[in-house]
Design a binder for this molecule. Structure first.
Ligand SMILES: Nc1ncnc2c1ncn2[C@@H]1O[C@H](COP(=O)(O)OP(=O)(O)O)[C@@H](O)[C@H]1O
Ligand SMILES: [Mg+2]
Length: 330
């Protein structure tokens, strides 16, 4: 259990440059996950969600350079030496990906998969590891009979539960879940989301939940960050973001999500596409697709500013005050 007051994750001013691009692929990201908090990171494909999550493990693409600070449970990830980075990756932070079958070795039993990491790092004896594995299997709704099974003997949803149990073996302060339910059917998705919520309460793990699905984000998170073209467009308490978006991009995303926007099945895709990474981007990244954009937006990138009276709800938009109190079409 993470009982400290330290944030599980604190990213400040993170810029990641990739070779051959005209601007940073992550362009000044600020993001915090408090101890035991669940934070959703949402945005279209290609907006930089995975890069942001992976920065907590210092898993950067080849040739990438990073500026800024990434603190995980107080550890300065971008400057750790190799031994400490290994310890971080096997203990303090764990990650669950989209496809559980890609995370396991099909030739090894689930019991070995669960215990190998803590046994390798000698955090636990084999007997302690087995006891912990059974405890976690039960916490994710399975039981000890799963230990002897091979991955192909269980369903995708069950295997994702096993992967989540394995992620919790080292008692991480931070769990990164990158589209962890995208490969599952809708019923199983809901179960896995409910499970992650229960585990957060029981183990006190901070959770960064990456998804392009606003319904899932609304179902699971305390707070939300909306990402667009490598920048944070809007952040704040989940109910605030979904009920009173302050950024036209969030409003457009909500309008294209039928259930949340209550638009009875009408699915309005957002017209246009995100800006090309090769070009510099002096203004707002969303300007070319935004109905509210003015000459100022093309020229000057907006800084995140709090909504009046709501310091925790920030939007990087020159025209936030022109958005109504409900999701609008822009
Ligand atoms: N390994 C890589 N090499 C080159 N470009 C990458 C790599 N990983 C991601 N990118 C680029 O970084 C941007 C953000 O990617 P990503 O974080 O995967 O987005 P998301 O998870 O939101 O779909 C994309 O434009 C993508 O093309
Ligand atoms: Mg991704």
């Amino acid at each position: 259990m993470n009982t400290s007051d330290r944030p599980a994750l604190e990213i400040r001013g993170l810029r990641i440059h990739l070779p051959g691009t005209g601007r940073p692929v992550l362009d000044g990201i600020d993001l915090t996950v408090a101890g035991g908090e669940t934070v959703a990171l949402v945005g279209e494909s290609g907006s930089g969600k995975s890069l942001t999550a992976r920065s907590a493990l210092r898993l950067l693409p080849p040739g990438a350079t990073a500026e800024g600070t990434v603190l995980v449970d107080g550890h300065d990830v971008l400057t750790l030496d190799a031994a400490r980075l290994r310890a971080l990756r096997t203990g303090t932070v764990a990650m669950v990906f989209q496809d559980p079958r890609a995370a396991v070795n099909p030739l090894r039993r689930i019991g070995d998969f669960l215990t190998e990491s803590v046994c390798l790092t000698r955090t636990m004896t084999a007997a302690q590891a087995r006891t912990r594995a059974v405890e976690l299997l039960e916490a994710v709704g399975l039981d000890a009979s799963a230990l002897a099974k091979y991955p192909n003997q269980v369903s995708g949803g069950m295997l994702q539960r096993v992967v989540i149990a394995a992620a919790l073996m080292g008692d991480p302060a931070l769990l990164l879940a990158d589209e962890p339910t995208t490969a599952l059917d809708v019923t199983t998705q809901a179960e896995v989301v409910a499970l992650l919520g229960r585990l957060r309460e029981r183990f006190g793990t901070g959770l960064l939940f990456v998804t392009h699905d606003l319904d899932l984000a609304a179902a699971i998170s305390d707070r939300v960050y909306v990402m667009y073209a490598g920048r944070i467009a809007e952040s704040g308490p989940a109910d605030e973001i979904f009920e009173r978006p302050r950024h036209p991009y969030t409003a457009a995303l909500l309008a294209s999500t039928p259930r949340l926007a209550n638009t009875r099945g009408r699915l309005a895709a957002i017209e246009g596409r995100p800006p090309d990474l090769r070009a510099a981007l002096p203004g707002c990244a969303f300007a070319a697709r935004c109905a509210l954009a003015t000459e100022l937006c093309e020229r000057q990138a907006p800084l995140p500013l709090p909504a009046p009276g709501l310091p925790a709800h920030q939007a990087a938009c020159h025209h936030s005050d022109r958005l109504g109190r409900t999701a609008i079409d822009v």
